[in-house]
Design a protein around this ligand. Sequence first.
Ligand code: ATP
Ligand code: MG
Length: 396
Amino acid sequence: MVQYDTLLIRYGELSTKGKNRKDFIRRLDQNLRFALKQYPELTYSRTYDRIYVHLQPDSDIEGIRTKVSKVFGISSFSFTERVDSDLEAIKARCLEIAQEKKEKTFKIITKRHDKTFPLNSDGINRAVAGVILANTDHTVDVHNPDFVIRIEVREGSTYLTCDKIPGAGGYPAGINGKVLLMLSGGIDSPVAAYELMKRGLKVEAIHFASPPYTSDNAKQKVLDLASMVSEYQGAMKVHIIPFTDLQLEIYKAAGDPYAVTLMRRMMFRIAEKVAENNRCIAIGTGKSVGQVASQTLESIACINRVISMPVLRPLVCMDKVEIIDLARKIGTYETSILPYEDCCTIFDPKNPVTKPTVKKAEYYESRFDYEKMVQDCVDNDQAVIVKPQEEKESFL
Ligand code: ATP
Ligand code: MG
């Protein structure tokens, strides 16, 4: 058994250089420490292409593994055992590890970073494989081995492991600026949050609630979803916007077919103002192109017209099945399908227009003083900070 004492984090060959690379590493380091903050016994060090987390003998390997697998910017990681960078020490330990394996075939994969080490990677592979072949029944299979021993030789320390665990990939959350994501209680928008975070964006959320037509359960569901996705970035600010009054006026002014279009246009106007007030440089939504009312391209165009801030729609070309698979993977699916109505389902019109025009939308909007109502919504923003896992929120 490899006696885990060091968690080795790889962030691969970065395409970023210079200052960007420094920022990347600094932010990754910060996010990693934040993700592992419940393990105060851990200590950290880093080189230009690795972060090392120094474990204690009683460290909770499974718990740490779960946390680390959610940190964006990590290409892969391994729980390793440190030995001195000395060929005899490496050979001896690799032999012991191999002797305990019941499986038959093996392969040695060496990465020699320390160019002063007397053997190159291939030389180390041969030397270690040689001692295993001479002292066990194992045989080498370079194509389809039953087990692999990885050896990473650094100045002074060498790290041995049998596993290489895929990381979450992407960029460290928060490195690429802040987005205000429109978060409903549905399946799509939490997945959109995950995709945006994966691109290194910090996500804040805005949710439109229409009490008493929508219940406290519906709001709690949104906060629970926010808490789940915040695992990927740390605490998340969620703006809850009381939307009832404006929504009722929309229905009076526009009637059935244009109500959804106007409602979306108002949501965008409010979101843009909240974004500006909170230093977000784009809006995000879980929208994908489809066939129902507000999903047609005409509809997206008509809704988008009211704001100038860029709108990021990470799911725009994804199939529902792919979105559901991702929702399952990040653990939001079961909560998303809970049957609490959100503001859109309550006021669901019977015959929504599928190809709205800007002209008609503007005509209906001219029938009431929406600007003041939009501003009221912004002023009555109830922001909540949602944290990973622990369902604690503190009102701002
Ligand atoms: P979702 O599963 O995310 O609810 P959907 O498939 O139901 O998406 P729509 O109802 O058309 O599609 O919503 C599209 C997007 O509009 C959502 O992904 C979300 O970004 C935003 N949205 C809808 N309703 C709300 C709401 N009450 N509060 C905040 N954003 C919302
Ligand atoms: Mg929805």
